[in-house]
Design a protein around this ligand. Structure first.
Ligand SMILES: [Zn+2]
Ligand SMILES: [Zn+2]
Length: 147
């Protein structure tokens, strides 16, 4: 029965992370940490953005959780695994599929992806800290559906 609990923790963590990332993006990155996140909203040279450093906020505690969880608390390991999965999924969607940090020209026809891409493009229309919309990464509301 333990695996059901572990799976529940894992899925719950992934869902929680999207809510947390939305909150962090809307109130922190477009708030007090705008001076860091700004680098992601402005044109720039090179591959690296200062905004990429935000990922450390997630990676460091996750590594601790997985390391200590492996030794002692299984559930802690599963929380870490959920955050890692979210991070990989986020990177594939946001950095590769939406921003094409790895160059390719394929146009996705999938409805979920089209909605997500549209929502994030609208988010990026705003070069300023204020009045932006669509702060989620893995989920966008119906409002952004491409019909
Ligand atoms: Zn933003
Ligand atoms: Zn973006």
């Amino acid at each position: 029965m333990n695996w059901i609990l572990n799976l529940g923790i894992f899925v719950g963590t992934v869902v929680f992370m999207e809510c947390f990332a939305w909150w962090m993006h809307k109130y922190i990155l477009h708030g007090p940490l705008w001076f860091i996140h700004k680098s992601h909203h402005r044109p720039h040279k090179g591959w690296f953005e200062i905004n990429d450093l935000v990922v450390l906020v997630y990676i460091i505690p996750t590594l601790f959780m997985m390391y200590y969880g492996y030794e002692t608390n299984q559930w802690l390991w599963w929380i870490g695994a959920g955050i890692s999965f979210y991070g990989i999924f986020y990177f594939i969607l946001h950095d590769i599929i939406i921003h094409r940090r790895i160059k390719f020209s394929y146009r996705f026809q999938n409805r979920y992806l089209k909605r997500l891409i549209r929502a994030h493009k609208i988010h990026h229309k705003h070069l300023q800290k204020e009045n932006s919309k669509a702060f989620g990464f893995l989920y966008a509301t119906k409002e952004f559906d491409v019909s």
